[in-house]
Write a protein that binds this ligand. Structure first.
Ligand SMILES: Cc1cc2nc3c(=O)[nH]c(=O)nc-3n(C[C@H](O)[C@H](O)[C@H](O)COP(=O)(O)OP(=O)(O)OC[C@H]3O[C@@H](n4cnc5c(N)ncnc54)[C@H](O)[C@@H]3O)c2cc1C
Ligand code: FES
Ligand code: FES
Length: 470
């Protein structure tokens, strides 16, 4: 399958007829001969292939980092792609200078990825903080430096830019003046607005690509010979509230969901909990719809939406249907979705003042790892009596699981440690974990108990006697 594809690569307009499933990494290195973007793992884990992606959103040019090894050129249509060659040519940028001064580059394989991630961070954030900068480069791995020098270089960059007192509205212009970005960045917005952005939309027989962070890890080669279409072309990227409900389009990315004002207003702890979902470049690409349809038993956003008792809207040429998310999963990777259908939207009720929410995840490594077991809870109470409750968990069954019996048992119960212990026995009877690389059966059963206890200890510290739960 070949299509006309137009985007801007550094300072050059690309207009080619090519396979939309080709990854940006391959296009950049093989077609354009730009070898600064490195190929490491090809699985989104190392960050050596990180590039910047610019697009005009609500009349503003915005940049984010993405892993080019998992990013199909079909998704780059109408965007500005920046590689390390597009940031500097004759002289180093101040960020590169700091890496050089602090010995933050040795073999140099990882360096373009780090520079791109950090440049994306300084373009997009008016208030620069060390912890946020660390989070922006957390998806970049270096096997040489030991990270202390990279941390120093990043701190120096932040201090330098904070000293310059760069204004928010004209940030790109100021960063160009200070040589963090080359001059051509000033013309990009206008050029992007003139680019053609049309691409094939979904037909019955095509594979729908969201962010590609699952598809391109598993099937990158197979996709080259398939008919594919892109959710980005369907304008499904809004989060909005209607009456007491939140409507999340399937094309919303995890990072967009995490940074949404609606989400932080109603679920103040969720944005920081979502830092446990992959790295920022993966979250910048990965969509909510992809997480749900991928049907991984440990999908983090799926577990969150299950505890929110969400509905999903499924769309096809024959019309729309609405089903409960907890009825979507039949058995391992078997879902209630026909070939000609797609998930369009997720809808859930916003919490009232008597509703509390929590998400927990345990993985082998705290950050940048998928869960061994994860769990979420949404619980409403009146005078310490549970009036409504939804507990979900992943990694303990072939499907992402709503713990129906446990949740129903807890309704109308007064919150105390004894009732939680009784609920744990019921939870153990509803699950069927298997031993795998993320833990054996006994460990996963123990984890579920601990995560349910953690929900109640965090949400009801006064009612729960921690000693009694041991
Ligand atoms: C390095 C790395 C780390 C990761 N860490 C985590 C993690 O911590 N937690 C976690 O939960 N996941 C993690 N993932 C998995 C992945 O990022 C998520 O599952 C992501 O949400 C998938 O979304 P996507 O848009 O990239 O899906 P895609 O790869 O584009 O699609 C996945 C599947 O869904 C289908 N699809 C996509 N959108 C729709 C739609 N709207 N309607 C119908 N079908 C659709 C596709 O056809 C495909 O079958 C990680 C992945 C990588 C590579
Ligand atoms: S090559 Fe490792 S993240 Fe892309
Ligand atoms: S400098 Fe060698 S991998 Fe980072």
């Amino acid at each position: 399958m070949e299509l006309k594809i137009e985007f801007i690569l550094n300072n050059k307009i690309i207009s080619v007829v090519d396979n939309p499933a080709k990854t940006l990494l391959d296009y950049i290195r093989d077609n354009e001969g730009l070898k600064g973007t490195k190929e490491g793992c090809r699985e989104g884990d190392c960050g050596a292939c990180t590039v910047l992606l610019g697009e005009v959103i609500n009349n503003k040019l915005k940049y984010k980092s993405v892993n080019s090894c998992l990013y199909p050129i079909g998704n780059a249509v109408g965007k500005h792609i920046v590689t390390i060659e597009g940031l500097s040519s004759k002289s180093l940028t101040p960020i590169q200078e700091e890496f050089n001064n602090e010995g933050a580059t040795q073999c140099g394989f990882c360096t373009p990825g780090f520079i791109n991630s950090l440049t994306g961070y300084v373009i997009e954030n008016n208030e620069l903080k060390t912890d946020d900068a660390k989070s922006a480069i957390a998806g970049n791995i270096c096997r040489c430096t030991g990270y202390a020098s990279i941390k120093r270089a990043s701190e120096n960059v932040i201090a330098k830019i904070n000293d310059l007192n760069i204004s928010g509205s004209e940030r790109i212009k100021s960063l160009v003046e200070e040589k963090f970005l080359p001059k051509y960045f000033l013309e990009i917005e206008e050029k992007l607005l003139r680019l053609k952005t049309s691409l094939k939309v979904k037909d019955n027989k095509s594979t729908l690509v969201g962010g590609g962070t699952d598809l391109f890890v598993q099937n990158a080669n197979a996709l080259l010979s398939q008919n594919i279409s892109f959710i980005k072309k369907l304008n499904l990227s809004e989060i909005e509230t209607r009456d007491n409900y939140c409507h999340v389009d399937a094309g919303v990315t995890i990072e967009q969901f995490k940074n949404s004002e609606i989400i932080s207003e109603h679920f103040p702890n969720l944005p920081s909990q979502l830092n446990l979902f992959a790295s920022q470049p993966i979250r910048n690409s990965a969509t909510i719809g992809g997480n749900i349809v991928n049907a991984s038993p440990i999908g983090d956003s799926t577990i969150i939406f299950l505890a929110l008792n969400s509905d999903i809207i499924i769309n096809s040429k024959n019309g729309k249907r609405k089903i409960k998310l907890n009825n979507f999963y039949n058995s391992y990777k078997e879902i209630d979705l026909l070939e000609n259908e797609m998930v369009e939207k997720i809808i859930f009720e916003l919490p009232t003042t008597s509703t509390k929410f929590n998400f927990e995840k345990v993985s082998k490594r705290t950050h940048l790892d998928i869960a061994s077991v994860n769990s979420a809870i949404s619980i409403s109470t009146e005078d310490e009596i549970i009036t409504n409750i939804f507990i979900s968990s992943g990694g303990i069954s072939p499907i992402p699981l709503y713990l129906k019996k446990t949740s129903q048992f807890l309704i109308n119960k007064k919150i105390d440690s004894q009732i939680i212990l009784e609920a744990l026995n019921i939870a153990q009877s509803e699950i069927s974990p298997i031993s795998d690389i993320r833990g054996n059966v006994e460990y996963k059963r123990l984890l579920l108990n601990q995560l349910i206890k953690a929900h109640f200890i965090k949400l009801f510290p006064k009612q729960i006697d921690v000693e009694a739960l041991l």
